[in-house]
Design a protein around this ligand. Structure first.
Ligand SMILES: [Zn+2]
Length: 671
């Protein structure tokens, strides 16, 4: 995208009111009149190049007039943020003040939003962000999108003062960055047999092919292309943060450079040894590989932070790998996870020696990291509290509020798990999470939306997932929490969503939003509410919801399996529990609702039986239903027995469709 497109993108017509600024400035006072940009005015820049940027350039002409003045001058603002700025706009002049280049950039971005045709509403603005990291992560491994798309997103993000664009460049589904020393990473590991990630990964195809092979899916960015993106983003006040995943999620690396796979350390050529996708931390070659790769990464990306992944490493092969075991013995490690910690510490030290900071997903806090690590929290906020307690800087990206691969409305796109509405993101309060104190507040760098792309096949789909939800992330990051009611924010979001749609951005249509699943909004009355539930096979701790109360609390679940209204079951016995109604009574129906969502491996039970008993020992099976496995997509289904019986105890058994598949249910409704 060239500059002319950017300018058209940002010059959307707006009413110059605080209601149409996004993010909302810290201080905005509307005054009378407006400044006419097209009139003859005198232009003064007392700062020079520091105040020049492509946003202010729009106003940067000396028209030779003398009556009106457009001034730019450096100020010493009390706010310590280098993004702080001040605008004073009257009918006679515009004064832009900032302490630094970043501040002038933000001021220019605000002016772009304020400008309507050739007029700028008179007002006073004093503004600075609450959080210095306002980011978005895009997974480019599962699906690859062109450079022009990344630039378009940079333009959009910049218009709303987002300032970090984190690129997940490597993962099992494809390596996306040219590394000159290791050409096979892009020649082979950048290409796979098919584009559909579900077919390719989940159905265990998982083959890579040589670049240029017929039907090969993939791609990569050359170093020059990434440099171009870095420069393009910098001009717009955005820093590109590269992520090179290690030691897990590295199937593509190990396929092309098998010498750093644990399997290479065995004497035999036994092909049955597990492919875990984790590099061998006991092999010195792994460190040379990583350092060589990172050396090239550092030459491309000037960012202070380098993201090294660090999540979900499969440690199975480390348990038997001779090199890993030898390393553990030498260093006195009792558990394999110490090997992961060792690798992270060693890379952190290497990065520190190169004046960089390691950033990794929150798994890296499992062990001491040294002072040079920062943590990106993706699991629950408890991990943020832990990281803060240990003194690390954190970027908050908890999946509950930040994973925009979740659907933004009623089920529609692909089968990514969960539901995350604009409103939910807007309710995020990063500075009020548990564990925040006046002392460690400064360690909260900021917030970030994350878009994982397993189910996001096309660039246009990625854009659809990002917008308008990034608008909410922008304001939460800039203000620290919602500065106004969601209904008011939504009005502004609509204005901007419409404006960017006109510029060919594939933005979700908020006007058609259906919202949360209506069944979840009001309680259901039935005979088992508050009854005692005894589990013969317990729910999973990860999805315990309100534990023993969940299935009898009168609350049905929403679109999202992790909304703490749904309860999750996994394991051989799956679902198996007894409800005690307290006394024998006449009942005419027992209904249970289940969720099906292939993305997070949630399926309907293969069989469901309901048995009734008066005494708790003699049961009569009254219902049995079999269910063939269903296809992708989020679905809900109720199984229901109808009849006329007396009973006190209800025994429900549901079997799982396949091993390691989840069953999710939210309530047993007895009438
Ligand atoms: Zn090993």
């Amino acid at each position: 995208m060239n500059r002319s497109l950017l300018i058209s993108l940002l010059l959307f017509p707006l009413t110059a009111m605080s209601q149409t600024l996004l993010p909302l400035p810290q201080h905005f006072t509307k005054t009378n009149g407006s400044f006419d940009v097209s009139s003859f005015y005198k232009f003064e820049n007392t700062v020079g190049d520091e105040a020049k940027n492509l946003y202010l350039d729009n106003f940067f002409r000396n028209n030779g007039g003398s009556t009106k003045v457009f001034l730019i001058r450096k100020a010493v603002l009390k706010n310590s943020s280098n993004e702080a700025y001040r605008l004073h706009i009257s009918k006679d002049s515009v004064v832009v003040e900032a302490n630094s280049q970043e501040g002038f950039l933000r001021a220019g971005q605000t002016l772009m939003q304020l400008k309507q045709k050739n007029r700028i509403q008179a007002c006073d603005i004093e503004d600075a962000p609450e959080l210095s990291w306002r980011g978005c992560m895009l997974d480019l491994s599962r699906h690859f999108y062109p450079l022009s798309f990344l630039k378009k997103q940079v333009d959009l993000m910049a218009a709303f003062k987002l300032n970090k664009f984190h690129l997940h460049l490597t993962d099992g589904a494809g390596w996306r960055l040219q590394i000159k020393r290791y050409p096979r990473l892009t020649k082979i590991a950048g290409w796979r047999t098919q584009s559909d990630w579900v077919k390719w990964w989940r159905n265990h195809d998982r083959r890579y092919v040589t670049e240029g092979t017929d039907g090969a899916y993939g791609g990569y960015y050359t170093q020059d292309e990434m440099r171009e993106l870095v420069a393009y983003a910098k001009e717009r006040g955005i820093e590109i943060i590269p992520e090179i995943e290690m030691p897990g999620h590295s199937e593509e690396v190990l396929t092309t450079y098998p010498e750093i796979d644990c399997r290479n350390a065995y004497d035999s050529n036994d092909s049955s040894l597990p492919m875990t996708g984790s590099m061998c931390p006991g092999n010195e070659g792994t460190y040379s590989f990583l350092e060589n790769v990172l050396s090239e990464v550092l030459e491309i990306f000037p960012s202070k932070y380098v993201h090294i992944g660090g999540d979900e490493a499969d440690m199975k092969a480390w348990k038997t790998c001779p090199l890993c075991q030898q390393k553990m013995k030498e260093d006195g490690f009792k558990k394999e996870n110490k090997l992961q910690a060792y690798l992270i510490r060693r890379i952190a030290a290497w990065l520190k020696a190169h004046n960089k900071q390691l950033l990794g997903w929150d798994e890296i806090i499992a062990d001491s990291l040294g002072s040079n690590a920062s943590v990106m929290v993706w699991r629950t906020q408890e991990y943020a509290a832990d990281a803060l307690k240990k003194g690390y800087n954190v970027v908050l990206a908890p999946n509950s509020h930040c994973y925009i691969n979740r659907q933004q409305d009623a089920p529609e796109l692909g089968s990514a798990g969960g539901y995350l509405s604009l409103e939910k993101i807007y309710s995020f309060k990063p500075l009020k999470i548990d564990g925040i104190t006046a002392q460690n507040r400064k360690n909260v760098l900021g917030v970030q939306a994350c878009l994982w792309t397993e189910f996001v096949n096309e660039a246009a789909d990625a854009e659809y997932m990002m917008w308008p939800r990034l608008l909410a992330m922008s304001e939460i990051g800039w203000r620290g929490e919602a500065p106004e009611k969601f209904t008011n924010f939504r009005k502004r979001a609509l204005v901007f969503a419409d404006a960017i749609r006109k510029q060919k951005v594939n933005v979700f249509d908020l006007r058609k939003e259906k919202g949360e699943r209506k069944e979840s909004l009001k309680p259901v009355k039935h005979l088992a509410v508050g009854a005692k539930v005894t589990y013969n096979h317990r729910y999973s701790n990860a999805y315990a919801a309100s534990k023993e109360a969940t299935l009898v609390d009168g609350q049905l679940g929403g679109w999202n399996h992790s909304d703490r209204l749904w309860q999750g079951f996994i394991g051989k016995e799956s679902l198996d529990f007894v409800v005690d109604l307290g006394k024998e009574m006449p009942i005419k129906s027992v209904a249970m609702e289940f969720m099906q969502n292939a993305g997070p491996d949630i399926y309907y039970p293969a069989t469901l039986t309901i048995s009734l008993s008066a005494d708790g020992s003699n049961y009569e099976q009254v219902y049995r239903q079999e269910q063939p496995e269903v296809k992708d997509g989020l679905q809900f289904k109720t199984w229901q027995w109808n009849g006329k019986k007396r009973a006190r105890y209800i025994h429900v058994v549901g079997t799982q469709p396949r091993s390691n598949m989840w069953i999710f249910t939210d309530e047993i409704i007895v009438k």
